[in-house]
Design a protein around this ligand. Structure first.
Ligand SMILES: Nc1ncnc2c1ncn2[C@@H]1O[C@H](COP(=O)(O)OP(=O)(O)OP(=O)(O)O)[C@@H](O)[C@H]1O
Length: 595
């Protein structure tokens, strides 16, 4: 019951049969064969009833010859065994098709995601899609391996049985058909209603989570101030939990009541009792032959098996909703890749007339021109939301510009193969992501055959070698497992990784943004080691860290509004001087250049 509620809730997210058929197209032929076999097996499954019916008729008429009866017994046994074998073949084929499609789909998605702009992965939608990915591929299994075959059996068996009963006596067949149809309708109605009722449950869960988070957030403040007499306000956790419990109770009770009614209508005991009572009355009234009762008693329960269609319909809709989300991933726009990668001529980076919008109609960069001379450091500074990170991301081709171009070594980055681009351009972002593998392998990710000496040299230059050696398993420690590193230490591992990768162009997007001031000094050292001799673009939130840059580009509202060296910019009226005053104090306090 609970499962049915959960399924109904999923369906809300947009079941889409077209998406399902598109995804299973490569195994469509196999699925059609499985379906045909299932229909044949279901029809064959009724053959034993025919045999029993024949024997019963002969027995009632008192003319049954033992040899003839044995012949029918053989037919019954043969049909049952054949039906079993054919059904087994149908499910084997559908399960194999499911395995094939799941493996193929995972590869297709991996291949597609490899061509999706890296910028997509930094959005919330990406997190949600990737979280759902595993379950969605699993949910397809319900439809591909079972759902369609179950639905076919649930449809074909009752229809054939009803056709047979109608041929024998249409009035008595009606007595059997009406409760079965009513039960089916009730069951379908109970599932569709569940969707609406279950809407309250996820809302209740969100309310409880929010209340608990708010309480946790306020706890430190409250504890500290409780000594001064602060009293915790009403947290709302109890109220939210009570509401959720009531919502769940109502949803389950209603569902059980409605689903229960549907089940009761077609319970085998009730069905057989109905056939007995109505059948006896029909015989007494002379409306039907007594022997027909045998046929009705044999087949009535099969007619009332219609609920199986509704049940498998629910699992099909879950799969359709999963297919809809999977297709959305497969239809994500990809970065166009060149047939052949162009050859680079040096590592000058040139942005010309670059315009870009994350969302259509809301441009965040306008006509930006910027040149990063080889071996120099360029800093992007400016107020929050000015477009600094977006501009830096275009250099690493996280997105393609809407207008203008980004050229590397004289070549538009769109004409470079991904591998060539990332061999030349490296980046260190605000938060370092370490893979769940050894620190050694994390550091030599880009150059898997780098030896221990090279790994240790990079770690030393990044200022993290000693820290790694202090771990019980040193470089063999696994990130997030037995190597629990602080944000600053993870960032230094990421810098060591960039040192091993040795890219000629480096994009640094506020790599010390989430680091405390003490650790920041270590990271600045590591970054200076990393930046030496490379073409560097750094997004800086602390102006004091880039006073030594060869060029500072000041951004505002998606445009570069000033450019020059620190001293020149500070000497002029303008945004840079205002920012410096606001963030670092009076210009006289200018620290020494860092590079
Ligand atoms: N993925 C996104 N989808 C939609 N809008 C975005 C996205 N990323 C950034 N923006 C918007 O683009 C504009 C520029 O953002 P960007 O992060 O490049 O600025 P920034 O100068 O780096 O800011 P900060 O210093 O605060 O990091 C902002 O208005 C921001 O809200």
């Amino acid at each position: 019951m609970w499962k049915a509620l959960r399924r109904a809730q999923h369906v809300r997210q947009g079941a889409d049969p077209a998406a399902f058929h598109e995804i299973v197209a490569p195994v469509a032929g196999r699925l059609r064969v499985a379906l045909a076999l299932q229909v044949a097996a279901t029809a064959l499954g009724l053959a034993p009833f025919a045999g029993i019916w024949m024997i019963a008729k002969e027995a009632v008429e008192g003319a049954a010859d033992p040899a003839w009866v044995w012949g029918w017994v053989a037919v019954i046994a043969g049909a049952a065994v054949t039906a079993f074998a054919v059904r087994l073949a149908a499910y084997t084929i559908s399960h194999r098709a499911d395995l094939a499609i799941a493996a193929r789909l995972r590869l297709r998605i991996a291949d597609h995601l490899a061509r999706v702009p890296l910028g997509w992965f930094t959005t919330g939608a990406a997190g949600r899609s990737l979280d759902a990915l595993h379950n969605d591929v699993g949910d397809l299994h319900a439809a591909v391996a079972h759902g369609r075959l179950d639905a076919a059996a649930g449809l074909v068996a009752p229809l054939l049985a009803l056709g047979w009963l109608t041929a024998a006596d249409w009035r008595l067949a009606l007595v059997v058909a009406v409760p079965a149809a009513l039960s089916f309708l009730l069951y379908v109605r109970s599932l569709s209603g569940a969707e609406e009722r279950m809407r309250l449950v996820p809302m209740g869960i969100v309310a409880v989570t929010e209340a608990v988070s708010a309480l946790a957030r306020d706890l430190t403040t409250l504890r500290v101030l409780s000594g001064k007499g602060a009293r915790p306000p009403e947290s709302g956790v109890h109220a939210a939990a009570d509401q959720l419990r009531d919502g769940l109770r109502t949803a389950i009770a209603e569902q059980e009541e409605r689903g229960g009614r549907a089940n009761a209508l077609i319970s085998p005991a009730l069905t057989l009792a109905l056939v007995c009572v109505a059948g006896t009355a029909f015989v007494a009234l002379g409306w039907t032959e007594p022997v027909n009762l045998v046929l009705f008693l044999l087949l009535a329960v099969t007619v009332s098996g219609t609920q199986r269609i509704a049940e498998s319909g629910a699992s099909l809709r879950v799969a359709y909703a999963a297919a809809h989300r999977l297709r959305a991933i497969l239809h994500l726009p990809t970065l166009p890749l060149p047939a052949e990668s162009a050859a680079l001529n040096g590592d000058r980076v040139e942005l010309r007339g670059v315009g870009f919008s994350h969302e259509p109609g809301h441009p965040v960069l306008h006509d930006v021109d910027l040149t990063l001379e080889p071996g120099t450091m360029t800093a992007l500074v400016g107020p929050s939301g000015a477009g600094k990170s977006t501009l830096a991301a275009l250099v690493a081709r996280f997105h393609d510009p809407d207008t203008g171009s980004v050229r590397l070594g004289g070549v538009d980055v769109r004409d470079l193969a991904t591998a060539d681009l990332y061999r030349t351009v490296g980046f260190v972002l605000q938060e370092a992501v370490l893979l769940r593998t050894t620190l050694r392998d994390n550091i030599r990710l880009a150059v898997p055959d780098a030896d221990d000496v090279r790994v240790a040299e990079a770690a030393r230059a990044a200022g993290v070698h000693e820290r790694i050696l202090a771990l019980p398993r040193g470089y063999d420690s696994v990130a997030g497992d037995d190597a629990h590193l602080s944000g600053g230490e993870r960032q230094r591992v990421a810098i060591a990784r960039a040192l091993v990768a040795d890219p000629r162009v480096l994009v640094l997007d506020e790599p010390t943004a989430h680091i405390d001031p003490e650790a920041e000094a270590h990271i600045q050292n590591a970054l200076s080691n990393l930046a030496a001799g490379r073409t560097v673009l750094v997004v800086a939130h602390r102006l004091a860290t880039v006073t030594g840059a060869d060029q500072i580009a000041v951004m505002d509202g998606g445009r570069i509004v000033q450019r020059g060296r620190h001293e020149e910019l500070l000497a002029r009226e303008g945004l840079y001087r205002d920012l410096w005053r606001a963030l670092e104090g009076e210009p006289e306090t200018t620290p020494a250049a860092t590079r």
